[in-house]
Design a protein around this ligand. Sequence first.
Ligand SMILES: Cc1ncc(COP(=O)(O)O)c(C=O)c1O
Length: 417
Amino acid sequence: MNLNAASLFSSRAATLQPSAIRELSKLAREPGMISFAGGTPDPALFPVESIAAAAADILANSGLQRECLQYGVSEGYLPLREAIAHYMSRKRIQASAADVLITCGSQQGLDFIGKLFVDPGDRILVTRPSYLGALQAFSLCEPCFVAIPQDTQGLDLVALERELAARPKFLYLVPDFANPTGLSLPLANRLAIIECARRYRVPIVEDQAYEALAYDDPPLPTLYELAQLDAQGGQSACVIYLGTFSKMLVPGLRIGWMLGPAAIHRALVPLKQAADLHSSVLDQMIIARVFERALDEHLAKLRSTYRARRDAMIAALEGCAVPGLDWSEPRGGMFVWLTFPETVDAAEILAHCIRNHRVLFVPGAPFHTDGTGRNTARLCFAAASPEVIREGVRRIAQAATEVLDAGPKAQTRVPAP
Ligand SMILES: Cc1ncc(COP(=O)(O)O)c(C=O)c1O
């Protein structure tokens, strides 16, 4: 049978694009290539022994060895949900195990948010730039993205209020050490966002994938906590919190969680059932044990290692003299964001890097929903040693200088934002 399957695909499927980052990861495996492209934690830092011991113990334990291989409850393994509620209370968030829904990574939470809120054409607010995986997940629901500008001072509050007044379905934010910029929202900006979202009754989706990776100061209050504090006359901003073990323990077990108001929690459970019935019980049990017994020590190791890598990348950028190059100075997380002069196309520098200098990064355009950002790029410092970081930044600087020296002929004019 000669079936043109693509002609049968839904209009939704037609919106799907392969991730630019996944394509680059194939090149990253080539010999001699230095890669700052992936957003992956360093596997050398995974708590392998603790995970192996937890798995062996669970599978040998007569009380758990059958339960861990059986179907589980859709909301998640209760002891893990209790441990998460306790962890959230350390962040001054009042929640009980009953409020927590376990997801297959926070990426599944993003998928659920899209399915729960978005009909084709609905407006949703994202930052400019925004996490690519969230844009991908929401895109399936065919929304109209509205990008709110963001800089070191936080979201542009004038633009935010104007767009909130138009009653979008939700505002999606990564408040701490964001992917891709590494930036965090200052406290005053968080307070203003919460107040404005409460006034216009627009839910906030708070994606906290990196909050545990703070290198310089104690973490700022989460939007979830601030909404609880800001409640006025019984009304508080609606915040849906997404957490994940991917960056603080391991991504491969695919365990994340969602926390939100009871009405939203109730609506999410059938979505979880429809998607995959429940997350792997064995994986949840392993995470619960490692989380309770070894998390603090493990996080201390991650923070000191990643802090040294962040410092190496910033120092290397300070030492390279690329005219007009600017970069973010993240206080946590895994990413530094580069901004080249407006006339430069970062994709062109990347092509030159791949051909002649054997170094990879992610050009910034895909993180933008409005066609801007061609002169930007994301560098991940988490998975390379300080020596490799210094050499990789040196190569990027050389490639950028060569592209700039080649003059406007080689460069593409960037459309005005
Ligand atoms: C901001 C952000 N949110 C969510 C995710 C998805 O993480 P998970 O592995 O929990 O699905 C990532 C992964 O890189 C991320 O950077």
